[in-house]
Design a protein around this ligand. Structure first.
Ligand code: OOG
Ligand code: MG
Length: 253
């Protein structure tokens, strides 16, 4: 397996918004190799001037695992190029086959340099927000194995979040919804995310630590979708809402 070549193929597929073949169709790939490829492909983004903004977890809900036919939690990196301010336009032509999913975002309040537990997690967060993640697999037909999707930075392509709410805001057992033009297209409960979305934050901190990434002050963590993702088309107002957190939106053009 040529890690650099595979990372280049995936990075260019993203850069040019043109799908590529699943790696596992032609080559054996294990999870360690997949994370190595993800890291190299992100290195190409940093060279182009992109900056790391945070991490996202994937497949933290059964709904997502079932939708995509995979079985394990994964993590990927978010950069400033993927960030859309809530209320802004998102151009479908910049993506291959984008889908949106409702999420919860955490903002890190101080560098995380030790093990985080559910008991002390709030000491490291100064904001919670409802978020929309836009995922866009670089693989044809949005089909992949767990290793394929990890190498592809877990389909990370875009995200937005609403207003930051205080860390004491309730995020367990709250209703969440994704709407297109005011019509609900997915509804769920935040406990679909690992039984408690704070578990996602604890896991993100652990995974970052295990992989030598420091979660710096101001980093954004996306907890993983509570519901399946839905394909986007042009000319839609896409809104995520979570009870007590408010809403976030963008318009597709
Ligand atoms: C992989 C990304 C999964 C989530 O929230 O579960 C993810 C994919 O479904 O393409 O972001
Ligand atoms: Mg997601």
């Amino acid at each position: 397996m040529n890690y650099n070549k595979t990372a280049e193929i995936l990075d260019l597929a993203s850069f040019n918004a043109k799908a590529t073949e699943q790696i596992s169709n032609t080559q054996a790939i294990n999870l360690d190799e997949a994370y190595a490829i993800q890291s190299i492909s992100l290195g190409r983004r940093y060279i182009r001037g992109e900056q790391l903004l945070g991490l996202k977890l994937g497949f933290t809900s059964k709904a997502k695992m079932e939708q995509m036919g995979v079985h394990d939690m994964i993590w990927g990196r978010l950069t400033d190029k993927m960030f859309y301010k809530s209320g802004s336009d998102l151009a479908i032509k910049d993506f291959i086959h984008p889908r949106a999913e409702p999420e919860i975002a955490f903002r890190v309040s101080k560098d995380i340099d030790q093990v985080i537990t559910l008991e002390n997690a709030k000491d490291y967060v100064d904001g919670l927000a409802v978020a929309i993640e836009v995922i866009d697999s670089r693989y044809e037909n949005f089909k992949f194995s767990l290793e394929d999707v990890v190498a592809d930075n877990c389909s990370s392509a875009g995200f937005t979040y609403g207003e930051w709410m205080p860390v004491e805001t309730k995020i367990q057992d709250i209703s969440m919804r994704l709407s297109f033009d005011g019509e609900p297209v997915q509804e769920g409960n935040s406990n679909a995310i690992l039984g408690n979305p704070w578990e996602s934050f604890v896991n993100a901190a652990r995974l970052a630590r295990e992989n030598g990434e420091v979660l710096k002050t101001g980093s954004i963590i996306l907890a993983g979708a509570a519901t399946p993702a839905v394909y986007l088309k042009v000319n839609q107002k896409v809104t995520a809402w979570a009870d007590g957190l408010g809403s976030a939106s963008f318009k597709t053009i």
